[in-house]
Design a protein around this ligand. Structure first.
Ligand SMILES: Nc1ncnc2c1ncn2[C@@H]1O[C@H](COP(=O)(O)OP(=O)(O)OP(=O)(O)O)[C@@H](O)[C@H]1O
Length: 246
């Protein structure tokens, strides 16, 4: 199954883009501020309609999918998610099961418990969202997406407010999701994370595709210099690369 976008515009924020994303892979979308990363992710999630063209899921135009099917298939974590009500962590995470209405309760509870455990939230299960730190809140929102068990997991800057250990654990969780055959698409500013942990990197620059491919190629020093305007070089071994800037 593939997720593809044929996009013209999205209100002029993205140029023509044609791409196919594959299940079983971690794809990172990188680029400078304002490059169009969140716009691309939201259009892949079916939340922004392209001005022309379409996003297709498994060959079917996204617009034609039933909302509950789409909600079960695509889990989307926006860059700055709002929590409308001051719920407990457990109730917030359980909202991820809403698209599965009718599925037996024990299965739903297992998915909720697994997501809470995966995001190291046991100690906060009964805590209200307003009483969480920024990182704990981010982990709770990620757990809600994981609880759905979607085929596609789209997350916009999911590591931004996480400490080192929780970021590493979430990256391991994304890799596991890909191994399970799910498609993982992440907007990442941390180029080393993308270099070391993605299977494929899509680089956007001012709404246009600047590079697309294996991390070593798509995030080569020449691309970083051209797109980010930063003289930089990669140091370290493959899989443990660090970017030395300047
Ligand atoms: N609702 C909107 N209406 C009009 N323009 C918008 C809107 N949202 C974003 N933009 C513009 O579209 C462009 C792409 O925005 P987008 O949020 O996709 O960038 P990004 O690559 O995710 O950036 P960042 O790294 O800063 O989060 C930017 O120039 C931005 O100012």
């Amino acid at each position: 199954m593939t997720l593809a976008t044929l996009s013209l515009g999205v209100k002029s924020r993205l140029a023509d883009l044609t791409m196919t994303l594959d299940l079983g892979e971690v794809t990172a979308i990188c680029g400078p501020n304002g490059a169009g990363k969140s716009t691309l992710l939201a259009s892949l999630a079916g939340l922004l309609a392209p001005d022309a063209g379409h996003v297709a899921l498994g060959g079917q135009p996204m617009a034609g999918l039933r909302p509950d099917v789409r909600a079960r298939t695509i889990g989307y974590l926006p860059q700055m998610p709002e929590v409308a009500w001051d719920l407990s962590v457990e109730v917030l995470v359980s909202l991820g099961r809403l698209p599965w209405h009718g599925v037996p309760g024990s299965e739903a509870q297992a998915a909720i418990d697994d997501a809470i455990a995966a995001m190291d939230l046991e100690a906060f299960r009964h805590r209200r969202v307003s009483q969480l730190s920024g990182g704990e809140r981010a982990r709770s929102l990620m757990a809600r997406v994981l609880a759905t068990g979607p085929s596609w997991l789209l997350a916009d800057e999911p590591l931004a407010s996480l400490d080192l250990a929780h970021a590493a654990s979430l990256v391991a969780c994304f890799r596991k999701q890909a191994q399970l055959g799910r498609g993982v698409v992440l907007v990442l500013h941390d180029l080393a994370m993308a270099m070391n942990h993605a299977d494929r990197v899509i680089v956007l620059d001012r709404g246009r595709l600047a590079a697309d491919g294996a991390p070593e190629l798509a995030l080569g020093a020449d691309v970083v210099a051209r797109v980010w305007g930063c003289p930089a070089r990669w140091v370290g071994e493959p899989g443990a690369r660090a970017l030395s800037v300047g």
